[in-house]
Design a protein around this ligand. Sequence first.
Ligand code: G6P
Length: 622
Amino acid sequence: MCGIVGYTGDQQAAPILLDGLARLEYRGYDSAGLAVRNGDALAEVVKATGKLYHLADKTDQGHSLPGTCGIGHTRWATHGDPSVVNAHPHVSGNCTGSGSGKVESDVVGVHNGIIENFTELKEKLLRHGYAFYSDTDTEVVVKLVDYYYKKYKIGPVDAITRTMVRVRGSYALALMFRDYPGEIFAARKDSPLIIGTSESASYLASDVPAILKYTRQVYYIDNLQVARVAPGSVKFYDLNGDEVSLPLTEITWDAAAAEKGGFEHFMLKEIHEQPQAVRDTLNSLIHDGQIDLSATGLTEETLQALRQIDIVACGSAWHVGMASQYVIEDLAQIPVRVELASEFRYRSIPLYENTLVIVISQSGETADSLAALRVAKERGAMTLAVVNVVGSTIAREADHVLYTLAGPEIAVATTKAYSAQLAAMDALATQMALVKGTVSREQYGHLLEELAAIPDKIKRILEDKERLQWFSSKIANAHDIFFIGRGLDYAISLEGSLKMKEISYIHSEAYAAGELKHGTISLIEKNTLVIGVLTQSQLFEKTISNMAECKSRGAYLMGVTTNGNFTVEDSVNFTVYIPKTDEHFVSSLAIVPLQLLGYYTSVNRGLDVDKPRNLAKSVTVE
Ligand code: G6P
């Protein structure tokens, strides 16, 4: 959460920083701020609460803040309420009023992450005469850098490394020192940070889309490293202050991929990009009629020897895990356990030999998923990351990586990254089944054909989106919505329910249909909307019966089912049909109408679809 940017070069910094922050707003949007300096002059700070446009208005789109070197921040509050005084940048000295104005201090900085021992450090600094104006952990870290800088009369790099040794927690930090005009100093541990360069400028950002317009040449600064960033040149140092060299990587993402491209919202654009995201992901894995996992480094022998799979993830990625559980167990007959990363990391789950821990993550930076990965590695398990963002921490730390090719996803509510993850996991399950001998060559060929057909089938569902738009206008005032299903349909219900609640703010829950009568059915009242997912032929009748039980208590029913199951209409008020596919792969199709339903309901309620309240796309804190 939180996004940071930095720029130093020959252009005016503030408009570039604001532009970068706009592309990071998905990471947090309760307040924002900039610090810009013009040559040797003192830096000037401007902060504003609320969405980024308030800061843009306050600075005349950046034009009232002259200078060619600066840093910026968009905040998702962790320590201290979302007020101007808690907004970043923070300074090492005193600060009056709102904190905007010329910076008399020696150090000014922005931070993404959480400093866990900030109370203890604050007490230490208080004893040394520092006073604090905000409730943030960031102010503490900026002041600690200042303390070492002055106490030992050392340069910025050494002051920062001393600070890094002293703090516990996670951080991506960007700091400007009064004595070093035109330079930005950055440090990183467990929070994302990339540094881009061009001939005459350098850029720093929490995520690629923020700088894609300006450069494609980036460095992925490693954990516990410091960067000294000057126009067009960057130097890196380790914790000892020794210079280290890092490879320059070229980003291949298309800059247009991070723009709305004529759609009203990123979410709708990304829903429409799902056929491409799934196709690209499958094409990267299927070569010459075979699934080829060589890029991941997983060998046939490794798959052959697998006795247990643990899937660990958060949010929608966890829902992908829930779906994959059914698919892997049914196709490849390998036992699968699915854990929330935030739970897994604090449990002592025994991990035996030949267990594969799969961490699924779009961003590759989710704090709990990263911690879970590290726990799995410490316990000796083999790890596979299914990740979208190339070079992200989870991708770098896992033993094996399978990249999904969804491209940049901007809307907070995930759609195309989720679908790309499903496709990747379905392909993995299919290959495991072949290697384990639980499907014949012929069945394998059929499964591959079915996988390859998914993108076009998603397209067909999207062509009928107006029906869902119409239906969503009828349900936009609902108070509660229940999603029910059995087996794979339950996993789909979980994601459908999340899509609905996170952007429409309508209370919704997903239940395994068989569980309804163990409590939840008492919540059903006249006109409560119950959405049944009915794609698994063996479970169809059972879920229909559960829906009928709801109907007889007054519920209004919607069903999502496969083309041909027309009897559904005898029991259900509104039906959505999806194209037929192998039932193992149905999640990729059944989720699409539910994404659209969530999207249109949010639009009908006049909400900020791409940036729902209190949420952030990349959750880099516990
Ligand atoms: C946040 C996002 C979700 C995402 C989850 C896990 O909650 O809003 O869309 O599923 O984090 O993120 P990851 O990047 O690890 O997939």
